[in-house]
Write a protein that binds this ligand. Sequence first.
Ligand SMILES: [Zn+2]
Ligand SMILES: [Zn+2]
Length: 250
Amino acid sequence: MPESKKTKFIAWIKKTLSSFSRAVYPEGYTCYICGAELDEKHREYSLCEKCLKRLPYRHGTTCPKCGAYVEHMGECVHCRNVLLPYHKAYAPFEYTGSIRYMIVSYKDKGSPWLHPYISKFLIDYAKAMEITADYLVYVPSSESALKTRGFEHNKRIAVAVANALGMQLTEPLHRHVQSKDSHRLSRLERYENLAGSFQMREDYDKSLLIGKRILIIDDVMSSGATATTCAQILKNNGAKEINILTLART
Ligand SMILES: [Zn+2]
Ligand SMILES: [Zn+2]
């Protein structure tokens, strides 16, 4: 093969390989939201500077326990009247816009490779907020959701967070039935429906939880029923303090 053709061939292969890898593994190359090319600094987020700045960060005064927005500093009406089984619920984002798009894409729209980027937000946030724990627990999916999705979405995130923060992951919870369509239920029905679907794993050594500080990881917090249910189970089994960390809140 003449030298010039060989050079052309190598250049073509390199170009093809590069565009192929970008198509199959777009992470680290282009912004997941707007498609802009990413520099080294932004590759660990898979987002460009503009899209990072536009993320729906939570602002304003929030209840120091459940994290709901409040008009004046101090606990919200709900937390003043109900004894929550957890100490504090943290979330960096509103469940809207680009974060909602990334979470849905990660879980259900064929972009499971997004998990390091979703985890990175939680890791940065947990470091900034100085959140610590003895054990990290994730909210598990039901068996049918796991079958449909093909992977345990919260576990992937929890493993990354645990590794980055030097916490130990433990898996005490089991979600044993698929909850009914929660959108059709009242708040109380939703809570009862969820409460019935979580339990301790039968083979779990419960003594591990006694006197421990636990951080529960979930992707999205809406009514707080899931967090409350899971925290209550851990509390009933001896955990000393439980905090909740979700990526976003509705
Ligand atoms: Zn962008
Ligand atoms: Zn509250």
